[in-house]
Design a protein. Structure first.
Lengths: 368, 460
């Protein structure tokens, strides 16, 4: 085991290495990988953003929401309607979606002031179920195009970004979608980090751990809950905008717009590690990789997969994905980030500075 | 570690997204080849011969695609030699509804194997790669990108309206033929905007017009009709199509009921509501297994309302005896339609081409799925016919010549009903299947009886 002091040269070097690895990886993907791989990363980023937003309310504040698919859809529909019906440039729809979803999130959070736990889960479940129905409602067809959905929503001409140069065709679109999703991901991460590390964030954790105690300590529980739900909804809607721009289509049947979407976001958050900043990132990358790999196994696969699942006479994708996720949860009950931390502290321990000199840090901070 | 101030976050957010915003669309249109296609002479209806499809010469002066706006025009006109790779995205795993489509892939691949064995394309080997998108439109672009990376030259038989829509823009921009999109939405007949994209299922409006006419004839020019549809894109398009034609046939729609695609419960209240209006006929568009549940509830509603006995017109997607047999005796007497032969009918099964299909599927150990795999076989067969027509064209086999062949096409398929032709004439007539046969089902024999003649009025 290697002990280093917080703020020492070694500590900074270690951090620098971490940052360098991430930096290289982020550049490597769009420059060195095939177009379809780049696309998979964009897909992962979208799910990560949604899972991060969910993490904010569920992981850090302890409010159970399975209604985030509705915010995802709200973002997607806002973008689609503004671009198709009102001729907006796609980039601006991020702001509009964020604002609209923030308001919607705050309103939906109101019941959360009175109820918690499983009852709140039910209310948000209703939101998830209601959203597609609302979109298909006859009186809203003029706006949403009903069950048919809206298609051909996208950048007609890709914006010219200074570093990327002129982008053409599907390769250009893939690279552009990657960077766009990456930027939104970074923004989402910074917002989450900013909140979690702030006084506001600590009050959220206090609410999660003991609401009464938090209120006694002077935390304004009402404001905190409503605000964090609004911010979370707002971030989730950004993922919806990205999804709509990537496929150009939004329909009320779309998988991430329905209840199933909420489950996928929840899954990613839990697999990665709830209540950690990096959890959704790790979870999202692993989930998308697993999903793509398992879908690649056809019903007539050879080798081990064919031997194990050939009898099913259909693609074993869903089955293998399910088994893999169960195994992960079994091996890492606190998510993959929890597992990484557990291994990490056996290798390196960062000794925090004495209290009073800076914000106290836990031994595992480096692992985050 | 310092806390990042809220201001900094706000600034980053604003800055980053402004980047995304600037330079977006300047009101410019994108669809690569919207600008008038080079030449169009639709009057020269290419093939004249009707029964020997393979000998037909492609139209010399038919519609041709404009490749000048393609991302890489040279690639679109580059000759394809030795091996041609077809790509598709279909649901192979995922929800139950999605898995129901899985046999389409088996039928598709079976035909390609068969065609290679028979040497249908002289000197060219056909490969097919089908990716799993779980009927989730968010997964379709990824599947298609993977196929493009692996050297696919054309796409055919992608299942689902939103799934096709999700890749339509990119395939048109890149100039890859997207043939036979398995959707009946009229959105897939826009050759001006999407010259590289074509559809195959019976367009919903064709079927609703045929049903409206049949009902009108039956009830002497005026009838009360109730609509029962699945509440999704498919159902909505159907309702709109039926509402549009109903007045032409003196039909008044007295009730419109819907059922959620995900709703597994029998549509009791919907049928009660319909029964209270006592319509002469019900036009029903349920989805998959819901077809049988609907028929059972109709029987219950009839039992509860003596004297009321509506005619049932069921959409073509329910017209599989596999699905209808689930409803037992309640399915007797209903009307439905199709433009493919019923492979379970001994008379049809004796046709040489159909017998060949059944024998080949059985040789693969897949005799149990012949009623659902036929859509895949049929789509693959028509795709290969287009490729063959492209090979024989003066341009030789290129991506551009494939779409030109697809848009100047008039052939029959071995599983199509006698007389049904898949025909497309330039941008004038972008829809292939516009003829269909109305049939009546007998639950006892599990067979369909043709009612009237094959309807071909809508062709063109």
């Amino acid at each position: 085991m290697w002990k280093i002091k917080e703020g020492s040269t070694q500590h900074w070097a270690l951090r620098l290495v971490g940052v360098a690895i991430i930096f290289v990886a982020v550049i490597w993907v769009p420059t060195q990988m095939s177009t379809s791989r780049i696309g998979q990363f964009s897909d992962a980023f979208v799910l990560i953003i949604a899972a991060m937003s969910l993490n904010l309310v569920l992981g850090f504040t302890g409010m159970i929401s399975i209604g985030h698919s509705a915010f995802f859809g709200l973002g997607g529909y806002t973008a689609a309607i503004l671009i198709k019906d009102h001729g907006w440039s796609p980039g601006y729809t991020f702001y509009a979606s964020a604002v609209i979803a923030f308001v919607a999130g705050c309103v939906i959070a109101l019941p959360a002031l009175r109820i918690k736990g499983i009852y709140l889960a039910l209310v948000t479940l209703a939101v998830a179920v209601l959203f597609p129905v609302l979109v298909k409602w006859k009186k809203l067809v003029w706006l949403t195009d009903g069950a048919k959905g809206i298609d051909s929503v996208r950048y007609d001409d890709l914006p010219v970004w200074p570093i990327l140069g002129e982008l053409k065709g599907r390769d250009g679109r893939a690279v552009f979608a990657y960077w766009l999703a990456f930027i939104v991901l970074v923004v989402t991460y910074l917002v989450c980090r900013g909140i979690v590390k702030s006084r506001f964030g600590r009050s959220l954790v206090a609410i999660r751990d003991n609401e009464t105690a938090a209120a006694v300590m002077g935390v304004n529980v009402t404001t905190a809950k409503v605000l964090v739900f609004g911010i979370s909804a707002s971030l989730c809607s950004l993922a919806g905008v990205l999804s709509t721009l990537r496929t150009g289509v939004i329909t009320p049947e779309g998988q991430y717009v329905t209840l199933l979407g909420s489950i996928v976001f929840l899954l990613i958050m839990v697999v990665g590690g709830a209540g950690t900043l990096w959890g959704p990132i790790v979870g999202g990358l692993v989930y998308v990789w697993l999903d793509n790999t398992t879908r690649g196994f056809g019903s007539e696969s050879d080798g081990v997969i064919g031997f194990l699942f050939g009898w099913a006479d259909q693609s074993p994708a869903t089955m293998i994905l399910g088994i893999a996720l169960i195994v992960i949860m079994f091996a890492a009950p606190f998510g993959l980030v929890g597992l990484i931390k557990k291994v990490w502290v056996k290798l390196v321990v960062v000794v925090p500075r004495p209290a009073g000199t800076s914000v106290a840090m836990t031994a595992v901070e480096v692992g985050r | 570690m310092k806390r990042i101030s809220k201001k900094a976050i706000a600034l980053t957010m604003a800055g980053a997204l402004a980047l995304a915003a600037c330079g977006g669309d300047d009101g410019g249109t994108d669809a690569p080849s919207t600008d008038a296609p080079a030449t169009e002479a639709p009057s020269t209806e290419a093939p004249t011969d009707s029964d020997a499809p393979t000998t037909e010469a492609p139209a010399p002066a038919g519609w041709t695609v404009d490749t000048s706006e393609c991302v890489d025009p040279d690639a679109a006109n580059a000759p394809i030699e030795g091996t041609i790779k077809i790509g598709s995205a279909m649901p192979l795993s995922g929800s139950t509804a999605a898995i129901a489509f899985a046999p389409v892939k088996d039928g598709y691949e079976a035909y390609i194997d068969w065609a290679n064995e028979q040497g249908i394309l002289d000197g060219v080997t056909i490969e097919v790669q089908i990716e799993d998108d779980q009927y989730n439109k968010d997964l379709t672009p990824g599947a298609v990108e993977k196929l493009l990376d692996s050297g696919v030259s054309l796409f055919s038989g992608i299942i689902g309206t939103p799934n096709n829509a999700a890749v339509r823009d990119i395939l048109n921009e890149e100039c890859y033929p997207q043939l036979f999109s398995l959707t009946g939405s009229k959105n897939f007949g826009q050759p001006e905007d999407y010259p590289w994209t074509t559809g195959i299922l019976i367009e919903y409006s064709v079927e609703s017009r045929a049903y409206a006419k049949a009902i009108s004839d039956k009830f002497g020019g005026s009838a009360n009709v109730a609509l029962f549809t699945v509440n999704n894109e498919f159902g909505q398009e159907y309702v709109e199509a039926f509402e549009a034609v109903a007045p032409d046939f003196g039909i008044s729609i007295v009730a419109e009921e819907t059922q959620e695609a995900t709703d597994g419960t029998p549509p009791v209240s919907q049928l009660n509501s319909i029964a209270s209006k006592a319509p002469d006929a019900i036009v029903a568009v349920p989805l998959g297994a819901a077809c049988a549940a609907f028929l059972t509830e109709v029987a219950n509603a009839k039992a509860a309302n003596p004297g009321w006995s509506p005619e049932i017109y069921l959409t073509a997607t329910c017209s599989s005896s596999l699905i209808l047999s689930l409803a037992g005796a309640n399915a007797t007497g209903l009307y439905t339609s199709s433009n493919l032969v019923d492979v379970l009918d001994p008379e049809s099964a004796a046709l040489p081409a159909v017998a060949e299909y059944i024998a080949y599927m059985e040789s693969l150990g897949k005799g149990d799925i012949i009623t659902t795999a036929n859509a895949g076989w049929h789509t693959a067969e028509m795709t290969v016919k287009i490729i063959k027509q492209a090979m024989e064209s003066p341009d030789g086999l290129t991506r551009a010549s494939i779409i030109n062949a697809a848009r100047n096409f008039d052939q029959t398929g071995s599983l199509a009903r006698p007389g049904v032709r898949l025909k497309s004439v330039g941008i004038e007539d972008p829809f292939y299947s516009e003829s269909l046969q109305i049939m009546q089902y007998d639950a006892e024999t599990k067979l369909f009886t043709d009612i009237g003649e094959l309807i071909t009025d809508f062709e063109g």
